[in-house]
Design a protein around this ligand. Structure first.
Ligand SMILES: Nc1ncnc2c1ncn2[C@@H]1O[C@H](COP(=O)(O)OP(=O)(O)OP(=O)(O)O)[C@@H](O)[C@H]1O
Length: 270
C-alpha cells in the first residue's frame, strides 16, 4: 500500500440479517486529509464507519488502516488499535456525572499509565485547543450544545489519534456553533497531523472544510470529488445534495413493499 494512503477500503460488503447494506465500497483515504461521507438516510454511512473502526466485521472485502488488516484482527489487537483512533459519535454524548476535565481525561486514564500531572497538562492543552480551558470544572449539564460538542471533540483527540472519525458532528447545532465545530475539526486535524473521516448531512459546511467528498447510495459510492469538483458537478446525486432537493435519485424512504401489496397481505394493521 503506498505510504500516503492511511485507510484503504476494498470491495467492502456488509449485511444486516442477510439484507445487504454495503455492497462493494472502495475508498482510498490519504494521510492528513479530511474526508466527508454523505448519502441519504439509512444508506450505510454509520455502518461503514463501524467497519473501519472494527466494531463490525464485514461480510466481504477488506479495510486496511496503516499496516493493519482491520477485518482480521483479534479483539485484543483491535482494542490496542482503537487507542490510535478518535471517535465522535452522533451527539458526542459526554459522561454526565463527570466534569469537563474528567471527560477529556477519561481516554488518557483508560488507555495509558500517565501520571495525573501529565494528564492534567494534556487535558488543559486539548481544552485550550477547543477554547474551553476556562470551563474545565463545569459539568455537562451546565454547557450549551455547542460547548458540549467541543468537549466531545477534545475528548476524541485526547490521545493524539492518527485517525479521527466523526458521525454527524453537526447534528442539532445552530449555524454559528456548527461553523465553529467545522473549523475545529479542520484545525485539530492539521495541528495533530491526523486524518479525519466525517459522516455528515451538511454539504455546505463540508464544502468549506474538507479535502474530498464521497457520496453513497444503495451501499455503493455513486459520486466523489474535491469540493471544487463537487461544486462543478452535473451528477444528479451530487446536485440533489448540493441543492437539498427532495425529488431526485436518492430515496429517503426505508425500503418497503408497495402499499397495495401490504394491504392485500393484511399486514398494515397497527
Ligand atoms: N443493528 C442493526 N440491525 C439491523 N439493521 C440495522 C442495524 N443498524 C442499522 N441497520 C440498518 O442498516 C442500514 C444502514 O444503517 P446506517 O446506520 O449505517 O445508515 P446511515 O447512512 O448512517 O443512516 P443515517 O444517515 O440515517 O444515520 C439501515 O437501513 C438500517 O436500518
Amino acid at each position: 500500500m503506498p505510504d500516503d494512503i492511511l485507510v484503504d477500503i476494498e470491495d467492502l460488503q456488509f449485511n444486516y440479517d442477510g439484507r445487504p447494506v454495503l455492497q462493494g465500497i472502495n475508498m482510498k483515504i490519504p494521510r492528513g486529509k479530511v474526508v466527508a461521507i454523505m448519502g441519504g438516510s439509512g444508506c450505510g454511512k454509520t455502518t461503514l464507519l463501524r467497519c473501519i473502526g472494527g466494531q463490525l466485521r464485514p461480510t466481504g472485502g477488506r479495510v486496511r488502516l496503516e499496516k493493519h488488516q482491520v477485518c482480521e484482527m483479534s479483539e485484543a489487537e483491535l482494542y490496542r488499535l482503537r487507542r490510535k483512533m478518535g471517535m465522535l459519535f452522533q451527539f458526542g454524548a459526554l459522561f454526565t456525572d463527570m466534569s469537563v476535565f474528567d471527560n477529556v481525561a477519561f481516554p488518557l486514564r483508560e488507555h495509558t499509565d500517565m501520571s495525573e500531572e501529565m494528564i492534567r497538562d494534556l487535558v488543559l492543552m486539548k481544552l485550550e485547543a477547543v477554547g474551553l480551558r476556562g470551563a474545565r470544572k463545569l459539568m455537562p449539564g451546565e454547557l450549551s450544545g455547542g460547548m458540549a460538542r467541543r468537549v466531545a471533540l477534545a475528548r476524541a483527540v485526547a490521545l493524539d489519534p492518527m485517525l479521527v472519525m466523526y458521525d454527524e458532528p453537526f447534528t442539532g447545532l445552530d449555524p454559528i456553533a456548527l461553523g465553529v465545530i467545522g473549523q475545529l475539526i479542520r484545525k485539530l486535524n492539521d495541528a495533530l497531523g491526523a486524518t479525519s473521516i466525517m459522516v455528515t448531512h451538511d454539504i455546505h459546511e463540508s464544502l468549506l472544510i474538507v479535502d474530498y467528498i464521497y457520496f453513497l447510495n444503495g451501499g455503493r459510492v455513486v459520486a466523489e470529488g474535491t469540493p471544487d469538483e463537487i461544486r462543478a458537478s452535473k451528477d444528479p446525486f451530487v446536485h440533489q445534495f448540493v441543492y437539498a432537493e427532495v425529488e431526485g435519485p436518492v430515496h429517503f424512504d426505508y425500503p418497503a413493499p408497495s402499499v397495495r401489496q401490504e394491504l392485500l397481505a393484511g399486514v398494515t394493521r397497527v
